[in-house]
Ligand binder design. Structure first.
Ligand code: HEC
Ligand code: HEC
Ligand code: HEC
Ligand code: HEC
Ligand code: HEC
Length: 203
């Protein structure tokens, strides 16, 4: 083999290794940017809403009449979970409920991370939007999850974990969640007579 041939072979090998390494790096970066983060307890809306039919309003007590929906406290969970599946919990068969009991015994709040979040300079209020969507569809309040919340949060009753619907949007805008992007808000305002001036949302 001549020197040129050897050189060519080495270059080809280096390019191949480079390409494989590059592909692995890209995969790691996209996984890191898009994988759903794990909540401290595997709370499932599918079990609580889809199967057990607990109302959104029961747990998110601020949503109908306040700006912020709010998430139930450990004490709220324990109203049911001091009783629910208690024998199995005692028998060590329900690790996720045992985690919950651990928070309760330590009197420690659960630090859920947020999937839906607008920046500080943006004003958003749930009650205004719930009232608008309830007025538009008289049956909406019978199944708010389906007719109201789903407009912005998707069909939560079928989700075991709530994860942001991530996509290329996030890589371009830095916002993990297209449903809290400015375009999403403004499009609906445009179609339904919501306020369009900057200072309505930016205060
Ligand atoms: C039994 C209590 C309970 C019920 C009922 C419930 N939720 Fe939740 N919800 C939670 C808890 C706890 C969290 C925080 C953990 C998580 O994100 O899964 C949460 C989180 C959420 C979030 C994500 C908030 C964020 O930004 O991270 C949305 C959206 C939501 N709920 C919507 C709904 C809707 C819509 C319904 C009714 C269809 C509903 N929830 C019913 C307890 C409940
Ligand atoms: C209104 C009653 C009620 C409330 C409030 C409630 N749950 Fe539950 N939860 C249930 C029922 C019913 C089940 C199903 C139990 C079963 O599988 O037999 C359940 C199941 C669970 C499970 C077990 C899932 C599994 O597969 O083992 C976890 C974890 C859980 N809930 C966490 C929570 C947390 C955290 C909260 C508070 C944010 C909460 N629950 C609030 C009624 C409730
Ligand atoms: C018009 C769109 C829209 C509708 C409809 C809507 N939400 Fe939201 N939701 C948002 C936005 C935007 C945020 C982030 C707000 C923030 O960062 O202050 C949010 C945040 C939340 C959170 C996070 C927790 C918190 O304390 O802020 C929960 C839980 C939630 N919504 C539940 C609901 C439920 C339940 C319904 C239906 C009854 C509902 N949302 C209807 C847009 C909506
Ligand atoms: C489902 C359609 C829809 C979506 C999505 C939506 N809005 Fe609205 N919004 C409306 C309508 C309609 C009104 C006017 C309601 C009225 O006047 O009764 C409104 C009113 C408002 C107001 C004025 C009332 C107030 O609270 O001061 C603000 C601010 C606002 N929206 C912010 C937002 C932001 C921020 C988002 C995105 C995170 C958003 N909206 C997403 C339909 C929507
Ligand atoms: C219906 C509500 C709404 C209206 C009206 C609105 N915005 Fe926004 N704007 C938002 C939301 C929500 C975000 C945050 C988007 C995100 O997190 O990616 C945002 C983000 C921005 C940002 C980017 C800042 C950042 O955090 O990266 C700028 C700049 C901006 N808006 C300017 C404007 C201007 C100028 C107008 C008037 C022409 C306007 N907006 C009208 C809801 C609104």
């Amino acid at each position: 083999m001549s020197f040129e041939q050897k050189l060519l072979k080495t270059i080809r090998a280096l390019i191949l290794i480079g390409a494989i390494f590059g592909a692995i790096c890209l995969w790691v970066v996209q996984w890191w940017l898009t994988h759903p983060k794990k909540q401290p307890i595997a709370f499932s809306h599918k079990i609580h809403v889809g199967q057990r039919q607990i109302s959104c309003f029961f747990c998110h007590t601020g949503v109908e009449h306040g700006d912020i929906a709010g998430v139930p406290s450990v004490q709220d969970c324990m109203q049911c979970h001091q009783v629910v599946a208690n024998e199995q919990v005692v028998a060590n068969e329900r690790p996720e409920i045992q985690k919950l009991t651990g928070y309760w015994e330590r009197k420690q709040p659960i630090e859920w991370f947020k999937v839906y979040k607008v920046p500080k300079h943006v004003h958003f209020s749930h009650k205004v939007h719930i009232a608008f969507l309830a007025k538009r569809n008289p049956d909406a309040l019978k199944d708010p999850g389906k007719f109201i919340c789903a407009q912005c949060h998707g069909d939560v009753s079928q989700m075991s974990t709530i994860a942001a619907p991530v996509g290329t949007v996030m890589l371009l805008t830095g916002n993990a969640n297209p449903n809290t992007s400015m375009g999403f808000c403004v499009d609906c305002h445009h179609a339904n007579g919501g306020p369009m001036d900057c200072t309505a949302c930016h205060r």
